[in-house]
Design a protein around this ligand. Structure first.
Ligand code: NAP
Length: 362
């Protein structure tokens, strides 16, 4: 199969660097375009990132000498570019929203990590194991914006990737969830580069992340919704209360979750079986970035731990443990996902693969 030529908006940032690393030798995608702010534009990629390069591998040879393009310079977009991954952080959400629209209008599809379009009703917000069928809202988006073949697809916030797939697996098995209380312990890489000042986070926990609790509580409503006539119809049947904290961990967001079911309550053994056997579209389609087991359950009493478990299945699996009965709700458990892989670049690459497999990207 001929590889698709892809670009990365925000290629010099934390998420952008993860794309560069993860797309090295990808069987379907080939990075030909790297774009960032005017500060980096006109420099080679290696000059633009310099000491900001945080990956454990050297900058891939096929990328290091690519000339960085200004994200807003449409004249320099390579002719054969198929689509872009977007991981820009700009001053305002509206600026990002407009830029992503401009790309789609220009005929270049956008698969985004940004929150700017998450609440645009005809833009699907996808975790492929949960709501893969939301890609069917794309024709509605294309008609209402006059896009010919291009589109915008987003992925949700990194804070909910760890707990939503295990919750969805239980709902899919017939156990409707009623209430969730969630406390997240989120890694510093989630704040981008240079992120939280070291003196604020070493030997400390910051019990606040701007905007994160709202995203953790509200984004599941759209993901669990369904495709309607004009866009995604919200499902707010689960009540969620979240507290989000920043902890001195480099990668891997943990969520401590208390769950209450509606009327049917599964046995503990049944929950573990549901999680261990859960599979969905990415596994059935055998997508290159699909984890073999999207949910890994660990029996050890002191797991999951970010350092030991975040890289499970190349950082794409959600690792769950400590399922036990709760004195107030029905159960509680701890879950973990790699924020810059599953929660950012890897999750978006899986979205792109899903869109190729369903011929939205041709
Ligand atoms: P980051 O490390 O701060 O990187 C920001 C990127 O945006 C850089 O490439 C930067 O280019 C570019 N940029 C900044 N200002 C710009 C401008 N005015 N015009 C064009 N490009 C500009 O941020 P990040 O952590 O990679 O996050 C990027 C996006 O992904 C954010 O919206 C974030 O919320 C989202 N996200 C992050 C994570 C995570 O775990 N980090 C997870 C999920 C989603 P220069 O190098 O030239 O300044």
């Amino acid at each position: 199969m001929k590889k698709f030529s892809v670009g990365i908006l925000g290629a010099t940032g934390t998420v952008g660097q993860n794309y560069i690393k993860l797309l090295q030798n990808h069987p379907w995608f080939n990075v030909i375009d790297v774009a960032a702010s005017p500060r980096s534009a006109g420099k080679s990629y290696k000059e633009a990132v310099r000491e900001k390069w945080q990956m454990s591998i050297p900058i891939p040879t096929e990328v290091k000498d690519l000339m960085v393009r200004d994200v807003q310079d449409f004249k320099k977009i390579p002719k054969d570019l198929s689509f872009v991954f977007s991981a820009i952080s700009m001053l305002t959400k509206d600026q990002i929203k407009n830029i992503e629209y401009e790309y789609a209008k220009f005929g270049i599809s956008v698969i985004s990590n940004n929150s700017a379009h998450r609440w645009t009703p005809n833009v699907p917000m996808i975790i492929p194991e949960i709501n893969h069928e939301h890609i069917n809202v794309i024709p509605i988006q294309q008609r209402s914006n006059g896009f010919t073949n291009s589109f915008i697809v987003v992925k949700p916030n990194c804070s909910l990737q760890s707990y939503l797939t295990p919750i969805y697996a239980l709902e899919k098995a017939g156990y409707k969830v009623n209430k969730l209380i969630i406390t997240t312990l989120q890694a510093v890489s989630g704040a981008g580069y240079p992120g939280v000042p070291s003196l604020d986070i070493v030997d400390n926990i910051v019990p606040y992340i701007n905007g994160e609790e709202e995203k953790t509580e509200k984004e599941p409503n759209k993901i669990l919704g369904k495709v309607g006539k004009h866009g995604i119809e919200i499902d707010d049947s689960i009540q969620i209360s979240a507290t989000c904290t920043r902890v001195p961990v480099s990668e891997g967001h943990i969520a401590s979750v208390n769950v209450q079911f509606n009327d049917k309550v599964p046995l503990k053994e049944e929950i573990i079986k549901i999680w261990k056997t859960f599979k969905s579209a990415p596994q059935e389609l055998n997508l290159p970035f699909a984890p073999k087991h999207p949910i890994i359950y660990l029996e050890n009493i002191d797991r999951p731990q970010p350092k030991k478990d975040r890289d499970n299945d190349k950082g794409m699996a959600v690792t769950v443990g400590r399922l036990r009965e709760d004195n107030v709700f029905h159960y509680k458990f701890v879950s973990l996902s790699h924020n810059t892989i599953r929660g950012a670049a890897g999750g978006a690459i899986l979205n792109a693969e899903l869109l190729v497999a369903n011929e939205f990207i041709k």
